[in-house]
Design a protein around this ligand. Structure first.
Ligand code: PMV
Length: 328
């Protein structure tokens, strides 16, 4: 049995502008777990028979995937019968293609997750990364983090269209990251721990759409939005310095400023703004939406003794769920 885990993520600063090559910061949260048990005992004779009698289609019917959190129990070939391949099926196909394995052994895969699906916590990227690792080690061809990251980015493209790559990067390396599209990933040193309360709006909003809408704005008036992206980039730079030097009191105002720019980019929503205000009203030092926006999550920076009060205020203001996490 081969097992692998990967965390989800939360973006702290710089979402959307990161698509336009400005820096962004993100940190890991929660865990996804994948097990893959491969039957590697097929003898040569049986293997030959499978290849000649049953053809290429057969190996796909010998791979079974179980993902109880999303009610999925299926063979790979059934997942491939739809016009758009299921992302889990795409992961499996891509891994074997990458490894140059044309007839994989029978494999039983189980994926379990404590990350709520489609809630902006990077559950898609986390599942991809855990599954890529579990599969590769099940066929005894473990991959490096850099290789896992490349494969996970391909799957992100299926989910998001034109992803910056920040999700798969923070999930693969499982470290706080400073990310600039197309540049080598830099890990972020956390000078002093700080506490965040994550509030989930309960609204699932496809990142692809908000990213597409920002692109339309940008295309209609590039000079204006380039300036906004520059401002977001400066905030992310400032936040990096504050995090690395342990100057966490500087982070709250930077979050507020980043949220205002995201509002200007039209990616906030009534629900997100309500949660941001509710957190601030009970003493959060700063708050902003996190990720694609229009729904999904917001984050609030809190002194640890205020975390419970902020979480309660968020739930009263309509948050479906809250997670308190300390970044260190
Ligand atoms: O919705 P999330 O949490 O996957 O974050 C998307 C972040 C964006 O910057 C909006 C898009 C991207 O690809 O970086």
């Amino acid at each position: 049995m081969s097992s692998a885990s990967a965390p989800g993520k939360i973006i702290l600063f710089g979402e959307h502008a990161v698509v336009y090559s400005r820096p962004a910061l993100a940190v890991p949260v929660l865990q996804v777990h994948a097990d893959a048990a491969a039957d590697l005992t097929t003898d040569d004779e049986a293997d030959k028979r499978i290849r000649t009698d049953l053809g290429e289609k057969d190996w796909r019917s010998r791979i079974f995937i179980e993902a109880p959190d999303i009610g999925l129990f299926s063979t790979l070939d059934a997942l491939l019968s739809d016009q758009t391949p299921h992302p889990l099926a795409a992961v499996i196909i891509n891994v074997f293609q990458f490894l140059g394995i044309t007839t994989p052994p029978a494999i039983r895969i189980r994926v379990t997750s404590s990350i709520p699906v489609a809630s902006g916590l990077g559950s898609g990227a986390a599942v991809s990364v855990a599954l890529i690792r579990a599969l590769a080690s099940a066929v005894q061809r473990p991959l490096s983090d850099d290789q896992v990251n490349v494969l996970a980015y391909e799957i992100e493209k299926l989910h998001h269209g034109t992803p910056s790559g920040i999700d798969n990067s923070v999930v693969t390396y499982a470290m706080p990251v400073y990310f600039v599209r197309g540049q080598p990933i830099e890990t972020l040193r956390v000078g002093a721990p700080f506490t965040l309360v994550i509030g989930y709006t309960g609204v699932s909003a496809p990142t692809k759409e908000s990213v597409g809408d920002v692109r339309k704005l940008w295309e209609a008036d590039k000079p204006r939005w380039e300036k906004v992206f520059d401002q977001v980039g400066e905030i992310a730079q400032g936040a990096r310095a504050a995090i690395e030097t342990g100057n966490t009191s500087a982070l709250g105002p930077l979050m507020d400023a980043n949220h205002a720019l995201l509002q200007a980019l039209t990616v906030s929503s009534v629900e997100l703004d309500q949660l941001v205000l509710a957190a601030k009203a009970v003493g959060a030092e700063g708050a902003k939406l996190s990720g694609g926006g229009r729904g999904g999550n917001m984050i609030a920076l809190v002194a640890s003794e205020k975390a419970e009060a902020v979480a309660t205020a968020l739930r009263s203001a309509g948050a479906r769920s809250t997670i308190t996490t300390t970044i260190q």
